[in-house]
Write a protein that binds this ligand. Sequence first.
Ligand SMILES: [Zn+2]
Length: 270
Amino acid sequence: MTRRLLLAGAGFSLLSPRSCGGAPPRDADGQAAGTSAGGAEPETPGPQDAATAPAAPPAAVAAAPLGGRPQAVPMRAPLAALSTTDRLLALTIDDGPDPTYTPAVLKILDEQRISATFFLIGRNAAEHPALVREIAAHGHHIANHTWSHPDLRRLSETEARDELRRTCDLLYETTGRAPTWFRAPAGDFTEASLRVGAELGMRPMAWSVDPRDWSRPGSSAIVDRVLKAVGSGSIVLNHDGGGDRTQTVTALRSYLPVLTGQGYQFTTPR
Ligand SMILES: [Zn+2]
């Protein structure tokens, strides 16, 4: 595939300073370890359909960097866990930024000296750009969780591209860095969204530990579920947006010191 065809297929222009082409492939802390996220977000409980997404050969070949701008990456299955036997975890926080809960989460992460990946909803990020920059300034990784949190299974490829690219562009404009990861709402990745994400330079990330904090089961239930399920390489899903996340904040304050006390360290896959 020629570069021109690739770029044309990715739907972005060489000249547009606003468009995201994705990021140069960097080694992540783990390889795709499976396609089962084993969890769900509020809208559509049940396992994601990533299992139906093929572990396809590279759909897009990375071209030379455009003045440092990121590039398309190979299409892959969603990363559900880190490939490690070390006591290494990835904490992921979805659905923000939120003016009430995101600062509370940032404070806890600061106190615990933990870095996380924040999967931001584009329209929330557009409303709270200072908060987006604050997340980045605290050393956390910012990732793409679509513009309006739709069910990607109901969208055309064009619509899915719009959801992801718009968010990608906004995050780039807000932080100066294009996101290198994206996550489908409720983990419902589609083949089209995996293809579009790769074109935009993003790898898909699922999760392996879902305490279903969004359903507000009580902070102690969230704590118990995380502590029981977590293991080497787990990717943990929590939420700082989309509703009252007081329980999540309380749970984080409780379970993060327990995990660090057990020798776990936290990473942000790059
Ligand atoms: Zn979400």
